[in-house]
Design a protein around this ligand. Sequence first.
Ligand SMILES: Cc1cc2nc3c(=O)[nH]c(=O)nc-3n(C[C@H](O)[C@H](O)[C@H](O)COP(=O)(O)OP(=O)(O)OC[C@H]3O[C@@H](n4cnc5c(N)ncnc54)[C@H](O)[C@@H]3O)c2cc1C
Length: 429
Amino acid sequence: MNLTEPQAGTDLAAIKTRAERDGDRYRIRGQKIYITWGEHQMSENIIHLVLARLPDAPAGVKGISLFLVPKFLVDADGSKIERNDLRVVSVEEKMGIHSSPTCVMSYGDNDGAIGYLVGEEHNGLACMFTMMNNARLGVGLQGVAITERACQHAVAFAKERVQGIARGHTERSTIIHHPDVRRMLMQMRAIAEAGRALAYYASAQTDLAHHASAQADRAAFQRRVDLLIPIVKGWCTEMAQEATYLGVQVHGGMGFVEETGAAQHMRDARILTIYEGTTGIQALDLMGRKMLRDQGQAMAELIEEMKALKASLEGDLGDIGQRFEAGLAALETATRSYLSSVGDDPDLGSAVGVDYMMLAGNVTCAWLMAKAALAAQKHIDAGSSDEFYRHKISVARFFVERILPRGEAQRQMVEAGSASTMAIDADLF
Ligand SMILES: Cc1cc2nc3c(=O)[nH]c(=O)nc-3n(C[C@H](O)[C@H](O)[C@H](O)COP(=O)(O)OP(=O)(O)OC[C@H]3O[C@@H](n4cnc5c(N)ncnc54)[C@H](O)[C@@H]3O)c2cc1C
């Protein structure tokens, strides 16, 4: 996907790459930066999707069109006929994801790169968003994947590294027996399991939005997907920072040296909160397009559905139910507060959006973890002795005891408004 230019990162309205009509094709000229896999030798051809502006395009994002620009032009039977007028200018040196080439691309240094219009002229951003919504889910899942990998890595190390004598041991023990190390490993495991549940839930809702038989159902599932995409992307990638940070911490000094590989997870995870729209941009999407446009309808539907679970969380799972209920109340209060205050506080969505998004992620994850605990309990009640089910309940309990309570602080931050954030003039920083 070729969106970014030096002056047009988050702000795609500033795109300058030009496209001129040439018969039924277009000639593309301009520079794109940070293009993932912009050039490589892993496939026979590379098909770039490039955002560019036609000469008569209206200003802003409404004037952007989408073009398919292959590295090699092909004839009707797919045989390569000539190299297109595009080239890689340089490959970036980065702090992580070193096996993913990030390229500066130049289009049309000579006659103009041949491009083919995708969709309608001037409607390119909407077309690109079809791909970007999937990509945002995918990047959220990258957060889950790196969290899981960092967790497995840290567990293996904690089972080998011998330091101190843990309570109940008579000889020096492996560090996994120390409660503080267990806290870190449980934190990582809970983030991985909750993030996986969230990303899979959103993916299943996407399938339902496409395939449910009734139109009204498809629309309702699509509302849920639209609401969840920034939360999956924002929550799973921000929490991957925490998980990979903890992975280094579990390794002690060995985490800081490259030899163990723990540091690589931290460096690789760092891009996830930046590309496909930064965390701040996911939050703006949630607070604006996903919350204001429908006056909180999609969020209210999710909250109502989540409320219904509480009644089933009883008996052995009653404590999980109580903590979940408190988290859900924080989300409901913060939602009401935001919708009623944003009219008087135009900076509110941007100032508290990330806090609200993380609150929504914490509560939605707690809901899915509690549902998993309930399913596990049913198997246990039916006589299963599979450890997997007991562990599932333990991780759900850890999540609502140790991660979900952040939601209460996040509610307070949302209710505090934007005033203190914006109190100091920009030139006094
Ligand atoms: C390794 C890597 C791979 C990438 N791959 C691709 C690719 O394949 N294709 C592609 O097109 N791009 C790619 N990108 C670009 C990436 O999507 C952008 O870097 C990202 O969207 C942020 O844009 P920017 O870097 O210009 O930051 P800026 O837009 O300058 O943002 C800087 C900071 O300001 C904040 N900010 C900006 N505007 C606002 C606003 N309106 N409200 C609140 N906060 C704001 C941001 O959240 C951020 O914290 C890649 C980048 C990297 C580093």
